[in-house]
Design a protein around this ligand. Structure first.
Ligand code: UTP
Length: 467
C-alpha cells in the first residue's frame, strides 16, 4: 500500500498532484481510501488517455473516418425455412453438448434511466414486476432443462455495482439457476480527465471513476478467470447480450447454429432501424472488414438515403446481440482494444472542496467498445431478426425505449404467443393486449413451448401471469 510521500511522488511524476490537495482535511479512513484508489490507477494507461485527449484537441476532434476506405452496407442473412431449421439443429446439438455459454454485460451506470442500483435489478415484469435479471436467468434455466446441459452465465459488473449485483442474485436464490453456473466478473474503472488532462476528483478524498466501457469485457474476462472457466467447461460459443433488453432470445439455437456452421469468429444480430434517426450502430463493410459504425458518424443525408426499392440504404442496425467464438475472445483479450473519448457531465469538487454536479459536459471519459474487436475478426455473420420478438430495451426513464414501452412490448409479444396457442386475447388497434400479460421463460421460452401446457384456465379478460 502506498504512503502519502510515495503517492505524492507518483502523482507528481504524472502531473496529478492536485489529487492530494485536500489531504489535510481527510480523516484516517478518507486518507486510506484515497491512497488505495491512487494505488489502483494504471498510470501508463492514463498517459495513453492524456495523449489521446491532446491529439484530439490538436486535430479539432472527433477524428473523422471520412478519409478511410469507402463503406458499403454489410451483407445480411435472413434465416428462414430450411436454412433456419438446419441452423437450429446445429445450435441445439451445441446446447446439448454443453458447448454454449452466455455473457450479459451489466456494468453500465444506467444514467439515462436514473435508477439507483444495478440496472439488472430494474423491475420490468408487466404483471410481476420481476427484474431484468429474472428474465435472463429463467431463459437459461429453460435451456438447461430442455437440452440437459447448463448454459453458464457470465455476468459482467463494474466495481460500482458488483457487490449489489451478487447480493441480488443471492437474495433471489439465483432465480433457480445452480449458483455454480453463474460467474460474476468485474470490468475495470478509469478516472475521468478535465480538459487539461487532470484527474477529476468528485469528493475531497475521492477520485471519480467510471467503467471502462463494454469493451472492457475482454480484459476482464481474462483477468477474472472467466475465459479459463469457459475453456474448462468446453464452452466454444458465447452468446453476448446487454442487460437492459428482456426480450432477447438468449442463446437462440438458430443463431448459435448459423455461427457454428459458418465457422464465424463473431455473429451479429441486426434489425431494420425503426426510422432513419434511430441511434443504432449500422453494420457496414469497409476495407474488407465488417464494422459497426455509430449513428453519430452518419450525415443526415446518409441516414435518409434510400434504395430504388424505397428501403433505407443503411437499414440494418446492431443491438449488441452477438455470438463470439471463445477462441476469438481469447485472441482479442490478448490483443487489446483502442480507447474512445466521450465528453460527459462528471461530478467534481470545486476549490472549496464542495461537490458540483455540472449541467453541461465538463470532462472526458475513456471507454473501449466491444465492436472494435471486429477489425480482427475473420468470418463475421450478420443475421436479421424480428425486433417485435426480440428487442425492446430499457434505456430512458420516459418516451422511447423506456420501462413503459418495454413492458407493453413484452405483453404484446406474449399475447402473440398465447393467440398462436389458441387463446383469444383481446387486442387494441395496434396489436397490444388490453390487459397485461407475462410468461415466466421457465414456463415457456418460445411460442411452441406453450403447446404442451394446459392453458384452459387462462382468462385474458384480466391480467395473465403464467409461471
Ligand atoms: P449503455 O451504453 O446503454 O449504457 O450500455 P448504460 O450504462 O446501460 O446506460 P447510460 O448510457 O448510462 O444511460 C449498454 C449495455 O452495456 C453495458 C450496460 O450495462 C448495458 O447492458 N455496459 C455499458 C457495461 O457493461 N459497461 C460499460 O462500461 C458500459
Amino acid at each position: 500500500m502506498l504512503d502519502h510521500d510515495s503517492a505524492l511522488a507518483l502523482l507528481k511524476a504524472h502531473g496529478q498532484e492536485h489529487v492530494l490537495a485536500f489531504w489535510d482535511r481527510l480523516d484516517e479512513a478518507g486518507r486510506a481510501g484515497l491512497l488505495a484508489q491512487i494505488g489502483e490507477i494504471d498510470f501508463a494507461a492514463l498517459e495513453t488517455c492524456r495523449a489521446l485527449l491532446a491529439s484530439r484537441a490538436a486535430a479539432g476532434a472527433p477524428a473523422a473516418r471520412a478519409a478511410a476506405a469507402p463503406m458499403e452496407p454489410a451483407p445480411v442473412v435472413e434465416l428462414a425455412g430450411v436454412a433456419r431449421q438446419a441452423s437450429r439443429a446445429v445450435g441445439e446439438a451445441e446446447l446439448r453438448a454443453g458447448r454454449v455459454g452466455a455473457i450479459v454485460v451489466a456494468g453500465g451506470q444506467g444514467s439515462r434511466l436514473g435508477f439507483e442500483g444495478p440496472k439488472g435489478c430494474y423491475p420490468v415484469g408487466p404483471v410481476s414486476d420481476a427484474p431484468l435479471f429474472f428474465f435472463h436467468a429463467r431463459k437459461l434455466l429453460a435451456l438447461a432443462r430442455r437440452f440437459g446441459k447448463p448454459v453458464p452465465l457470465y455476468v459482467m459488473t463494474s466495481r460500482t455495482n458488483d457487490a449489489a449485483t451478487r447480493a441480488f442474485f443471492e437474495e433471489n436464490a439465483f432465480f433457480g439457476l445452480p449458483r455454480g453456473d453463474v460467474f460474476f466478473f468485474s470490468q475495470a474503472m478509469w478516472p475521468a480527465l478535465d480538459p487539461d488532462g487532470r484527474i477529476v476528483m468528485d469528493a475531497p478524498g475521492r477520485v471519480f471513476l467510471g467503467p471502462d466501457g463494454h469493451g472492457g469485457m475482454l480484459a476482464a474476462l481474462e483477468r477474472s478467470g472467466a475465459l479459463a472457466d469457459m475453456r474448462g467447461r468446453g464452452v466454444e460459443s458465447v452468446f453476448y447480450f446487454q442487460v437492459d433488453n428482456p426480450m432477447v432470445d438468449v442463446a437462440d439455437p438458430a443463431f448459435v447454429g448459423w455461427h457454428v456452421a459458418q465457422k464465424a469468429d463473431v455473429s451479429i444480430k441486426v434489425c431494420a432501424k425503426r426510422d432513419p434517426q434511430e441511434g443504432l450502430g449500422v453494420v457496414v463493410e469497409r476495407g474488407g472488414h465488417t464494422e459497426i459504425v455509430e449513428y453519430t458518424e452518419f450525415t443526415d443525408e446518409q441516414k435518409n438515403e434510400r434504395l430504388p426499392s424505397g428501403e433505407l440504404r443503411w437499414k440494418y442496425g446492431s443491438v449488441a446481440i452477438h455470438v463470439f467464438s471463445r477462441a476469438f475472445l481469447e485472441r482479442e483479450a490478448a490483443a487489446g482494444l483502442p480507447l474512445h473519448v466521450a465528453h460527459k457531465k462528471v461530478p467534481h469538487v470545486d476549490a472549496a472542496g464542495a461537490t458540483v454536479k455540472p449541467s453541461a459536459p465538463n470532462a472526458y471519459k475513456f471507454e473501449k467498445f466491444i465492436f472494435d474487436s471486429l477489425a480482427d475478426a475473420g468470418t463475421v455473420c450478420n443475421v436479421a431478426f424480428d425486433r417485435e420478438e426480440e428487442f425492446s430495451p430499457v434505456k430512458n426513464a420516459e418516451g422511447n425505449d423506456s420501462p413503459a414501452t418495454c413492458r407493453a412490448d413484452l405483453s404484446r409479444k406474449w399475447a402473440r404467443w398465447l393467440i398462436a396457442a389458441g387463446v383469444a386475447v383481446p387486442l387494441d388497434g395496434r396489436g397490444y393486449p388490453l390487459r397485461k400479460i407475462e410468461i415466466d421463460p421457465a414456463f415457456a421460452n418460445a411460442p411452441g413451448e406453450l403447446a404442451g401446457r394446459d392453458l384452459s384456465g387462462v382468462d385474458p379478460s384480466g391480467d395473465v401471469w403464467l409461471h
